[in-house]
Design a protein around this ligand. Structure first.
Ligand code: NAP
Ligand code: MG
Length: 502
């Protein structure tokens, strides 16, 4: 943990109501206000007025106008603006990390790292876009050029969840802007303040209309952006339920939709690794951000030979985690983000227990805690008939099953409609090969779970989505291909209708 101390941002009236960013100007929302709760206390942080349908429309139209100028600018100009975004983010690092801690409940020290990461992302795509273009392919005849040109889609509707409000936004907005798109962002309601603070960064570093930031619910502002005739691509991260609904709307309009959705990531612990160390890794991968990571380890399969040792060590480590105020420098696990999410996790746990599962540590709301805390929980005697092993559990729960051979382990890991990530712990190359050949997932982690590499593509398959972000692939995803067939002389063609042709 980094030894950085910070103070809480004052509650309520002391916090200036943050306005929306529309066409380069800050203005208050003109629809109903909504309240944002502090996950660590359950008390209100602030309220924000939502965008009205007219404001959504104005923002999209501004993004359409700005897009022509933004794409018409030179690549060095766009890249310079993205470098300015990165510099401004770092300038406001403390402020951003403070507010994201307040709104998400994730420990402050982690949030400092994430602010660095988003600055890094803007720099990465500023540089990649400077050198990555289209190509020239062989043409039909001599005297012709066949250019494969990369062009922006136009206006990107950016919709992100509350668990990583800055990072997941940067995954989309940095490559989208770098390649000449403009955007209208709708943050998750629960992390609106953080995103409106980031809006000040964009306003300082990009031309009016290139980035617009709204506030409001998914059902109103989100739906309008997705269905708007002038948004050209929807870039969404969130639940499978909402994502598939958005995909259906986009499908009816033939509008492309990047969907980064939920997961039920397995971990397989083979018998050729140090079981104590594997327990340490799995505990980190399960309880990071109170288990509210799309790629959290949600199911663990352990070889019988190392099972008991692994379980004992896991329980010991989980029960020692320091759960508490996210602004305390010693805190490892903060609260969950909302009451609704905690209630769902507790329901899954209760159902599993009714079906014979045994909770070895945790499983309860810490005594006397305000806010949305839940103890880190380790569960055994689970099976695939239980919701806990089938549905996404967006909270701090680590269920463990035993296996006897590799075939059984891979079959259990693959028994899911999701396909986001999977991790395995082994020193055996053939097990690694089986992991990446047999598992229908976007990421396989070997001995080092749930880390991002900004240079490599990230995303899911099946119920976990259809897109790739990060890396070169994550930039190409924001460009449409265009073919230019250019006959360099104007000359007659034998197949054109002539006087003697049939
Ligand atoms: P969510 O409920 O699906 O919401 C995501 C975003 O969509 C929010 O901004 C939400 O706005 C908006 N939204 C809701 N309904 C909408 C609609 N009908 N039309 C348009 N937009 C709508 O997800 P969440 O609960 O915030 O986040 C947790 C989920 O995200 C988990 O399932 C997690 O696995 C997933 N996730 C996936 C990844 C990945 O990369 N694959 C990464 C992180 C998280 P409101 O906040 O106003 O409802
Ligand atoms: Mg939600």
């Amino acid at each position: 943990m980094l030894p950085v101390q910070t103070g809480r941002i004052p509650i309520g009236e002391n916090v200036p109501a943050r306005p929306l960013l529309i066409d380069g100007a800050f203005e208050p929302g003109s629809a109903e206000p909504f309240v944002i709760l502090d996950p660590a206390t359950g008390a209100p942080i602030d309220s924000v007025a939502a965008a009205s349908p007219d404001q959504v429309d104005t923002a999209v139209n501004a993004a359409v106008r700005a897009q022509h100028l933004w794409w018409g600018a030179s690549q060095p100009e766009r890249s310079a603006a993205l470098h300015a975004v990165a510099a401004e983010i770092l300038q406001r690092k403390q402020e951003l990390a403070d507010l994201v801690t307040r709104e998400t409940g994730r420990p402050f020290s982690r949030n400092l790292l994430y602010v660095d990461m988003i600055a890094d992302l803007f720099r990465q795509y500023a540089e990649l876009a400077r050198v990555h273009g289209g190509r020239i392919v062989p043409s039909n005849e001599s005297g012709q050029l066949s250019l494969v040109v990369r062009a922006p889609y136009g206006v990107v509707a950016t919709l992100v969840p509350w668990n990583y409000p800055l990072l997941l936004l940067a995954f989309k907005v940095a490559p989208a802007l770098a390649t000449g798109n403009t955007t209208v962002i709708k943050p998750a309601s629960e992390t609106t303040l953080t995103t409106l603070l980031l809006a000040e960064v964009f306003a300082a570093a990009t031309p009016p209309g290139v980035v617009n930031v709204l506030a409001g619910s998914g059902r109103t502002v989100g739906e309008q952006l997705v269905g708007h005739p002038h948004t050209d691509l929807v870039a969404f991260t969130g639940s499978t339920e909402v994502g598939t609904h958005i995909g259906a709307t986009c499908g009816r309009m033939a509008k492309p939709a990047h969907l980064e959705l939920g997961g039920k990531d397995p971990a397989i612990v083979f018998d050729d690794v140090d079981a104590d160390l594997a327990a340490k890794a799995v505990v980190w991968a399960s309880f990071l951000n109170a288990g509210q990571v799309c790629t959290s380890t949600e199911r663990v399969y352990v070889h019988r030979r190392v099972h008991d040792q692994f379980v004992d060590r896991t329980v010991q480590l989980a029960s020692q985690l320091r759960v508490g105020d996210p602004f305390e420098s010693q805190t490892q696990i903060g609260p969950m983000r909302n009451q609704r999410g905690r209630a769902k996790v507790l329901e899954q746990l209760a159902a599993a227990q009714a079906g014979g599962a045994k909770v070895l540590t945790g499983g309860a709301i810490p005594e006397g805690s305000a806010g949305f805390y839940l103890e880190p929980t380790v569960v055994i005697d689970v099976d695939h008939g239980m919701e806990l092993m089938k549905e996404e559990t967006f909270g701090p729960v680590l269920p463990i099953m035993v296996f006897d051979d590799d075939d059984e382990a891979f079959a259990l890991a693959a028994d899911t409609p999701y396909g986001l990530g999977a991790s395995c712990y082994t020193h055996t190359p053939d097990r690694v090969r089986r992991a990446y050949e047999e598992m229908s997932v976007g990421t396989v982690w070997v001995n080092d779970p749930v880390v991002d590499n900004l240079a490599a593509p990230f995303g899911g398959m099946r119920a976990s989505g259809n897109a790739r972000e990060l890396g070169l692939e994550g930039m190409e995803a924001f460009t449409a291909m265009r073919h230019v067939h250019w006959n360099m002389r104007m000359e007659d063609k034998p197949w054109w209708y002539g006087e003697n042709s049939g």
